[in-house]
Design a binder for this molecule. Sequence first.
Ligand code: NAD
Length: 362
Amino acid sequence: METIFVKTGTTLASQIYNCPDADPVPALDAILAGYDRVYAVADSLAAEKCPCAGKIVEHLSSKGCPIFGINASEAEKSMDTVLAIASFLMEQGADRDALVLAIGGGITTDMTGFAASIYKRGVRFAFFPTTLLSQVDAAIGGKTGVNFLNYKNILGVIRQPEFTFLSPSVLLSLPKEDLLCGCAEMLKTFIIQDDGNYQKAVSLFSALHQGVHLSSLLSEISALVGASARVKAGVVSRDQFEKGERRNLNLGHTFAHAMESLAMENNIHLPHGLAVGIGTVLAAKCADSLGLSDGSLERRLRTDFNACGLPVDCPFPLENLAPAMYKDKKAAGKKVHFILPEGIGKVVVRDMTPEEAVELIG
Ligand SMILES: NC(=O)c1ccc[n+]([C@@H]2O[C@H](COP(=O)([O-])OP(=O)(O)OC[C@H]3O[C@@H](n4cnc5c(N)ncnc54)[C@H](O)[C@@H]3O)[C@@H](O)[C@H]2O)c1
C-alpha cells in the first residue's frame, strides 16, 4: 500500500494511504488499531449503495465503534448537521483522544472534518472517501466546512486529517455522473502538473465512456488516483493556506462557481465537478486568446473532455458569467485571480476583472 505524505514545514500533517486491495477492511483495521477511541460519521446512502462502505460501517459497528448516519446533500451541508455530529460525540462521551472517521463523499468529509475541528477545540479526524471527487480532491488538503446563507463552504477551517484512506472498490457503485465529476477534477489536477498522467487519464476515461467495465480498469484508476493525490499533497505541503501555489488548484473554478451560482438561481442541475470541467475549457480559451498557449489548447481540451463524456459548453449566455463571478468568495476586490493553462502541465495566474475574462472567451 502506497503512503503519500502531506508535510507542512518539517511537520508531518497528514498521511494518504492508497490501498489497492479489493477488500480494504484489514488494511483500514490495522491503521485504526493505532487509535484508542474511534467514532464514525457515515453517509447513510453511501453505506447502503456501496457494498464496500457498508461493509466498513458494519465492521466498525461490530467492534463497538459508535456510528452516526447523515444525509449527504448540499441542503444538509449546514451548521445544523455539524451540531448534530457534535451532539452525537457529546452523547457518546467522546474526549480529546477521539478520532472521528468520516465515511462518504466530499459533503460528509467536509462536515465531519469541520465538526471534529470545533468539538472540544479540535479532536482528530480521518477520511474514508467514497467518491472519486473526494478521493482526488475533497478529502485531501484539509479544507473543511459547510454552506451558510446560500453561500457554499463559507464557514469552515483548514485543518489536516490524520489520514485519508483511498480504496478503489468504493467506485464500483458510483453513478456515472459522480465518476465524471471526479474525472474532471483529476484532469484539472494533471493540467496543473502532468508527469504523463493527463493522457493516461484521458485514455482511461474514454475507454470507460465507450463502455469498458469499470471493474476491469480499477487498478489503473487506483494508480491515477494515487498520482492525483500526490500532486495535491505536494501543493498543499508547499502552501497549506492558499497564499500562492495552492491557488493553482482553482483552475476552472472561477468560471465553475459562476456557472454553479447561475444554475442554482435557474434551478438547473449542474454538479461542481462538471462545472469545473467546463470552466477548465473556458480557462484554456482565455489562455489561447491571450497568446499564453499554442493557440489550440481549448480545441484539445474540448476533444479530450468530450471523449471522456464530459460536457464542454457553458450552459448559460457568456455575458451572464461576469456578474455571477463577483459572488465568488475568492474574488478579491474587482480583479480576480484566474488560473490559466499554458499547456498540459503548466498554469499561470492572471489577475483580470471578470468582464475582461468574459471578453476573452466571447
Ligand atoms: N474540501 C475540499 O477541498 C473540497 C473540494 C472539492 C469539493 N468539496 C465538496 O465536496 C462536495 C461534493 O462531494 P462529492 O462529489 O464527493 O460527493 P457527495 O458527498 O456530494 O456525494 C454525492 C452522492 O453520491 C452518494 N455516494 C457517495 N459515495 C457513493 C458510492 N460509493 N456509491 C454510490 N453512491 C455514493 C452520496 O450519498 C451522494 O448522494 C461538495 O459539497 C463540495 O463543496 C470539497
